[in-house]
Design a protein around this ligand. Structure first.
Ligand SMILES: NC(=O)c1ccc[n+]([C@@H]2O[C@H](COP(=O)([O-])OP(=O)(O)OC[C@H]3O[C@@H](n4cnc5c(N)ncnc54)[C@H](O)[C@@H]3O)[C@@H](O)[C@H]2O)c1
Ligand SMILES: N[C@H](CO)Cc1c[nH]c[nH+]1
Ligand SMILES: [Zn+2]
Length: 434
């Protein structure tokens, strides 16, 4: 049974805090294994990749050239994709592209009172690496969500790594690469893929930024290579918080809760409502749906161990609790979602009104589905074009500007005992005054 909490009860604060701190990730001690794999790939390059691919993915590759999945192999694999799946993927790609194009920031420059021209300019990283988790159960939608923002940002080179256990790959993953404009794809997985992307091998040139989800080995490797390259984030198990009033169909809300519960036994689904009877009706509907759901073992475990129904006095209280949870996904199934959304400020993504199930955001809405989990929406945002660009500041002095602000720089340099700093300004001022 999920927990059923009522905010008016005396022990609510204690129970809510327990819910907030529920440990949802079993991270086995994988760091030592990952350190060895990274050292091996740095030392032996492709030879290590071939050996580790044999060991972990049971795939014997004849030589380094076979690490890359060729355009012909992609052509062959995507023949099996149905027309309906192709059309859906293309529609999703178009909508994700259009949304992310709107995110591109402007360059800026201005001249201030001293005569100095100041500003900044954005430019894309030169090369990005995208890790796609392996197996037939991998998500093509996640390929679009990672690759398209990179392309929109202007990244010139985008390399995908994907493990192919026993030689198997989801053809939709390859189609998603094709639709996103990615043609550099390697059949390598785990920590060895991350090491190859970060440090390079004979076949895989190094990248500047690595994004994409993966298992504990991938996450540990991303943590280790951070600094050598940039990384996006370490995404934890999925989460959904639904705030709903009684004017909703309990079955719809139950399905929304289960849509994230079915991802992972450690996923978390929470309903906050101001109507206890409605809360009970949703809990009943969840149980009913669980009877027939294909992934009922996973979804049932998630709902039993981490699910919750919270009954509050009013929607202001709901908003305050939501901000403390800072969920990855927040659905506002209330009469005035716009007004409530102004109060629910800590959330990765908000879905407004009863006709906007979170699943729309996972696939086709346009915004990114790679979002902050584990309460990190308090201080961070989902993947965007901003993850693939960086800002360079610009300054240009005129002689008058240097005369105006240079002496203060020289004074500060002297107070820091950095003589050459001060002299580099003073030498120019002397020349100007000659
Ligand atoms: N958040 C998202 O959008 C999203 C999307 C898809 C998948 N995921 C997550 O990605 C993960 C997928 O996991 P997966 O394992 O199926 O695929 P994966 O691609 O993440 O990992 C497979 C690789 O792990 C390595 N590995 C496995 N056992 C190892 C061992 N004992 N020692 C060293 N390396 C080992 C191997 O190299 C193997 O190729 C799941 O945790 C899933 O929840 C998240
Ligand atoms: N909801 C997941 C992120 O939390 C993303 C996803 C991919 N496919 C379906 N859903
Ligand atoms: Zn999902």
């Amino acid at each position: 049974m999920p927990v059923f909490l009522t905010s008016a009860e005396a022990d609510f604060e204690q129970s809510f805090t327990t819910l907030l701190n529920a440990k949802r990730e079993d991270s086995p001690d994988v760091d030592a294994v990952v350190a060895d794999i990274i050292a091996d790939v740095r030392g032996r390059g492709d030879a290590a990749l071939l050996e580790l691919t044999q060991k972990f993915d049971r795939l014997d590759l004849p030589d380094s050239a076979a690490l890359r999945i060729t355009a012909e192999e992609v052509d062959d694999a995507i023949k099996s994709v149905s027309e309906a799946e192709r059309a859906a993927l293309e529609l999703a790609a178009d909508r994700i592209r259009a949304y992310h194009a709107e995110q591109m920031p402007e360059n800026k420059s201005w001249t201030d009172a001293s005569g100095a021209t100041l500003g900044w300019r954005w430019s894309a990283v030169s090369a990005a690496g995208l890790y796609v988790p392996g197996g037939l159960a991998s998500y093509p939608s996640s390929v679009l969500m990672n690759a398209i923002p990179a392309k929109v940002a202007g990244v010139e080179r985008l390399a995908v790594t994907v493990p192919t256990p026993d030689g198997q790959i989801n053809p939709l993953v390859l189609l998603a690469c094709r639709v996103s404009g990615v043609d550099e794809i390697y059949r390598v997985g785990g920590a060895q893929a991350i090491a190859a992307l970060a440090y390079g091998t004979e076949t895989i040139a190094p990248v500047d930024k690595i994004t994409g989800p993966g298992n504990a080995f991938v996450a540990a490797a991303k943590r280790r290579v951070f600094g050598k390259v940039g990384i996006d984030m370490i995404a934890g198990p999925s989460e959904i918080l639904v705030i709903a009033d009684k004017d909703n169909n309990p079955d719809w809300i139950a399905l929304d809760l289960l849509s994230q519960a079915e991802h992972d036994e450690s996923a978390q689904s929470i309903l906050i409502t101001d109507d206890a009877e409605f809360g009970s009706a949703v809990a009943v509907a969840v149980d009913k749906r669980l009877e027939t759901l294909e992934r009922r073992a996973i979804a049932g475990a998630s709902w039993r161990d981490f699910g919750a129904v919270i009954v509050v006095r009013d929607m202001d209280e709901a908003a305050a609790l939501s901000n403390r949870i800072a969920p990855e996904h927040l659905e506002l199934c209330v009469t005035d979602p716009e007004a409530l959304s102004k109060k629910t400020i800590h959330a990765g993504a908000i879905f407004m009104g009863q006709y906007t199930p979170e699943a729309i955001g996972d696939y086709i809405g346009g915004p990114n589905h790679v979002l902050p989990t584990a309460r990190s929406a308090r201080f961070s945002s989902g993947l965007s074009v901003m993850d693939f660009i960086k800002r360079t500041t610009l300054s240009q002095m005129t002689p008058d500007a240097l005369r105006s602000i240079g002496p203060a720089a020289a004074t500060l340099a002297e107070s820091e005992s950095l003589e050459a700093h001060g002299l580099s300004v003073l030498a120019r001022l002397e020349a100007l005054n000659r």
